[in-house]
Design a protein around this ligand. Structure first.
Ligand code: ATP
Length: 527
């Protein structure tokens, strides 16, 4: 090897050494950079996870603050006093509640049971399932403007379901928010806040679907605020068993009557509250519709039993038109005027109109409503099977009766005249004065089409399913309108035959005034 080759070899070797040295240096630097980046990435992921965890905890704390507080309290108890004392305390508490429930179910439910039940139902049922029910019933709003980017994992059905559920959220489906759950003896009231694009009527229309989803026989929707509705689910039926009417009092109250004729007990509502009806004043004219055996008799008698002291005191004067001759005749004694045929019905109506005209003469210009007194009592007309005389009789009598009932219904309120009619077939042909009797009660009717005839348009859709009342539930019906915002299921107090006789004795012992139909001008005799 000559000198030149040696020099070249040395130069190449030196160059290679330099390159290797540089590469080693660069490698070290790169390794440190990658190490730093990896460390940063790990730190970033850890921080991101931490932030998400903190976010989740905050969400839970805010969204389920009661549960969080309870868990915190339990943890604190276990830490300070030990779990044995906790188990013993919970056991004793459960035993006390059980005894309370056994001894006084009503008091227990009022003070404790309903809160516990509402909490439990929110947790176990509505919180978990309501969103799904609403979505299935078409009560969610899909925002199509939000782009959907879904990757569905088909590995298993469960994962597929989860992916679809996530996709539903991600695709901008706005679900009404569950606000609160209240639980009464028979109803759960689930309040939800509507999302933009919805209206309370959307929920009304889906009441039946929601009832099916919740597996209950009845669901009703009430509008609480423009954007808040209460979806009420009936867990059990408080009207399943017959409801008692008030007892006929033994003695006349010393203050005269003691009866508020604007809110007289008639039975019970499906919420377990008293159902009251006005016999006097605004909204007192009533039409009760129901197929044969639906219980029209109890809707008629139950308020009369409640108003017995006022009838006996002479503050209410009863008139009865009884084409069937089987209903009012059983308590004939309480009626000051009573008739069965078309001719007698006309005489009663004529007598009432004479009295009406008389009151007009006495009070016109002096007062806007006749003050109730024994001299000018409430004239209450019970018109059973009104259709028998407003349709199924000769034309002349029919027209005369319709005309007079219309006069009483349109002019009677301030002059203290009330008409209560009962009908099996609530068509306009059968009861031409239907619209003049504003308070309606729909007992069991023959068909779905009869529901709006009695209660008005939309009643069936809003839950007044009067055609589906079972035959065995006599006295059960729906009321709507006249201050009642949503169809309300009620059951009239059942009035046994002996109670009607008792009522008759109670009223006539005090000297019920009887107007003889021949004495048109209201001369009164005593029964
Ligand atoms: N509120 C009620 N609770 C329990 N049973 C009732 C009630 N009302 C009525 N009943 C019972 O139902 C049956 C029919 O009642 P009711 O005679 O009042 O029916 P209705 O509608 O007047 O029938 P119709 O038009 O044929 O006279 C009776 O045996 C009665 O005892």
């Amino acid at each position: 090897m000559n000198t030149q080759e040696i020099m070249t070899t040395l130069a190449v070797g030196g160059g290679l050494a330099v390159v290797l040295w540089v590469l080693a240096k660069v490698g070290r630097v790169l390794a440190s950079v990658f190490e730093a980046l990896a460390a940063l990435a790990v730190l970033g992921v850890a921080l991101w996870g931490l932030l998400r965890a903190v976010g989740w905890i905050v969400r839970q704390l805010v969204g389920h603050w009661r549960t969080c507080l309870a868990l915190l309290a339990l943890w604190g108890w276990c830490t300070v006093l030990g779990w044995v004392s906790l188990v013993v305390t919970v056991g004793v508490l459960a035993a006390v509640l059980l005894v309370w429930w056994r001894l006084d179910a009503v008091g227990y439910d009022q003070w404790c049971g309903r809160w516990l039940r509402a909490w439990w139902l929110r947790w176990a049922l509505y919180g978990r399932k309501l969103a799904g029910w609403l979505h299935a019933c078409g009560l969610t709003v899909r925002d199509d403007a939000i782009p959907v980017d879904v990757t569905v994992n088909l590995v298993s059905r469960r994962r597929k379901r989860e992916a679809v559920a996530k996709a539903r959220q991600a695709s901008g489906v706005a679900v009404p928010k569950l606000l609160s759950v209240r639980s009464g003896p028979s109803w759960d009231e689930v309040r939800v806040r509507l999302v933009p694009g919805q209206k309370p009527e959307d929920f009304d229309e889906k009441a039946r679907e929601l009832a099916v989803a919740r597996k209950v026989s009845r669901c009703q929707v009430r509008e609480l605020e423009p954007n808040v509705v209460s979806i009420d689910f009936m867990r059990r039926d408080l009207l399943e068993a017959a409801v008692a009417c008030l007892p006929v009092p033994e003695m006349l109250p010393t203050d005269g009557s003691g009866v508020d004729l604007r809110a007289v007990y008639a039975g019970s509502t499906e919420y377990g509250k008293p159902w009251t009806v006005p016999l006097m004043g605004r909204g007192a004219h009533t039409l009760v519709a129901g197929a044969t055996g639906a219980g029209k008799g109890s809707v008629m008698w139950s308020p009369l039993v409640s108003a017995a002291p006022a009838i006996r005191a002479g503050l209410v004067r009863m008139s009865g038109i009884d084409p069937k001759a089987m209903e009012l005749s059983y308590g004939r004694g309480i009626f000051a005027r009573y008739g069965q045929s078309g001719k007698e019905a006309l005489e009663i109506l004529e007598a009432l109109i004479d009295e009406l005209e008389n009151r007009k003469r006495v009070f016109a210009g002096n007062t806007r409503e006749v003050p109730l007194s024994t001299e000018y009592p409430l004239e209450l007309l019970e018109f059973d099977e009104i259709g028998a005389l407003t349709r199924y009789t000769d034309r002349k009598t029919r027209e005369a009766i319709v005309e007079r009932v219309a006069v009483l219904a349109t002019q009677g309120r301030a002059l203290l005249f009330t008409v209560r009619g009962y009908v099996q077939e609530p068509t306009k042909d059968t009861v031409p004065v239907r619209e003049l009797l504003p308070r309606r009660v729909a007992l069991r009717v023959a068909s779905k089409t009869q529901v709006p005839m009695v209660l008005g348009d939309g009643a069936y859709e809003r839950g007044a399913w009067a055609n589906r009342i079972p035959e065995g539930s006599a006295g059960v019906g729906y009321v709507w309108g006249e201050g009642i915002r949503e169809p309300l299921r009620v059951r009239a107090g059942w009035v046994p035959d002996q109670t009607i006789k008792h009522l008759e004795r109670y009223v006539t012992n005090g000297g019920a005034s009887v107007v003889h139909l021949s004495d048109r001008r209201g001369e009164r005799g005593t029964a």
